[in-house]
Design a protein around this ligand. Sequence first.
Ligand code: ADP
Ligand code: MG
Ligand code: ZN
Length: 473
Amino acid sequence: MEFETVIGLEIHAQMKTKSKIFCGCSTEFGAPPNTHTCPVCLGMPGSLPVLNKKVVENGIKLALSCGFTINKRNQFARKNYFYPDLPKGYQISQFELPIAEHGQIDIEVNGTEKTIGITRAHMEEDAGKLVHDDVEPESYVDLNRTGTPLLEIVSEPDLRSPEEAVAYLKKLHAIVRYLDISDGNMQEGSFRCDANISLRPMGQEELGTRTELKNMNSFKNVQLALEYEERRQRDILLDGGSVTQATLLWNPDKNRTESMRGKEEAHDYRYFPDPDLVPVVIDEQWIEQVRSGLPELPDQRRQRFIQALGLPPDDAALITASRELADFFEAVCEEYNNPKKVSNFIGTELLREYGPEQISQCPVSALQLAALLLMVEKGTISGKIAKTVFAEMLTTGADPEKIVKEKGLIQMSDEGELVALVREIIEANPEQARQYRDGKTKVIGFFVGQLMQKTKGKANPQLANKLFSKELQ
Ligand code: ADP
Ligand code: MG
Ligand code: ZN
C-alpha cells in the first residue's frame, strides 16, 4: 500500500527589536536571570501593555514579502493556560484577526518548483524559561524572555516530504534574515519550528491523524525527525494499526521521537480579544512606506545574479543563501568583475570553512579576496597557490600580497628560468621521454607534475605544458 506524507509547519520567529512587545524591557539574549523585567512583563495586576510599533512594522514586512493579505484591522487575543513560565496566566497572541493571512512562498526540491500556502502570520509574546536543576529536585524561572516579540507563521498542510519541509523552512529563514526582522538563530531558539505530520493512503482526500514534533533546533534535526516519524507512522499503518494524535519531542541524541503529551491533554485556550489592547489599525500609507524600504529578497537576488551576472542557477542559489554571503560576493565582484570565478572560489574555498550565515565571522574581507583573485588573473600566482594563500588568509587575516611575498610564492612564468629545469627533468626520465616520442603524449602530465614538485607548485602550468611539448619533440 502506498502512502502520501502530509506536513504543515508552525514557525516561531523571534523579532529583532531592541525592546519587548508590550514594555520597554530589553530583549538582549544571555543577561543574568530576571534582570530584564518590569511590572508589565512580570504580569503584575494593574499594569498595562503598550504595543511596540516595530513589531507591527516587521509583520508588515513579512506580509509584503510573502504575498499575504494584510488585515488592516487586526486584534490581540488572550490565550489562556497555566504554566509557571507564564506569570499572567495567559499569553497575548492573535487569534481570529491575525495581522496577515493567505500568504505563499515558492520552494524548489530536486529541480521542481512548488508553491506552499501560508495560512497565517500573527504577532505574539514569548513565555519565560524554566531551568531545571540537574541535581536538586528544583526548577528556576527566568522571565527575561517573557514578552519577547514573536511572529508565528503557520503553513498550509501543503508539504509532501521532509525535503520539502526543510526547503520551506530554509526559504522562510532566508526571508526573515534578508528582511532583518529576526536573527534566525536556531540554537538560541530565535527561529523555532513545530512540525505536524500525517500519512494518508495515496489518492485519499481526507487528512490522516497527525503527530506534532517539537524541539528541533537545526535544519538537520527537522529533516531527521520528520524522516523518523514518517517511517514510524508508515510501519504502524502497514501493520493495520492507527496513529495516535500526540505531541512528540525529537531526541537528537537517540535519534528518535519521544512522547511528550497525548491528546487527552489537548487545551481549550478560551481565546478572547484582549481588552487591554485596542485593535491595531494599519493604513495604506504605512504599508506603502514599509514597502518602499523593503530590500531585495532572496528569489529576486538569485534571478538577478542569473540574468544580469550570468551565474549558473545552482551557483546563484548557493551565493544568495544568506544576505551576508550575497553582499560579500557582490563586494568582491566590484573589485574583480568576474562573477563566475568569484562564485566558484567562494563556493569551494570559503563555504568549506564558513557557512552562509557565518560570513561576518570570516577574517578575510571582500577587498582581500578580490586582491587574491586579481593576482591569479594577472598570472602572479597560480590558481592552486591561491588556495594555499587563502587558507593562510583565513587563519591570519593577512593580505594576500604579503603572504605571497613572504613565502616566495610568486608564479614562475619566465621561460628562461623554467627551461633549464624542464631539460633536467627530461634527462632524468629517459623512459617516459621515449614513451612520449612513441606517441603516448599523455605522459606529459607526469613531466609537469615533476616540475611542480621541484618548484613547489610555483611553475606556471600552461607554460610548463608548452615547454615540455617543445623540448620533448
Ligand atoms: P493546532 O493549532 O492545534 O496546532 P492547526 O490546525 O492550527 O492546529 O494546524 C497546525 C499545523 O498543522 C498547520 O501548519 C497545519 O497545516 C498542519 N496540519 C493540520 N492538520 C494536519 C494533518 N492532518 N497532517 C499534517 N499537518 C497538518
Ligand atoms: Mg500546534
Ligand atoms: Zn518588561
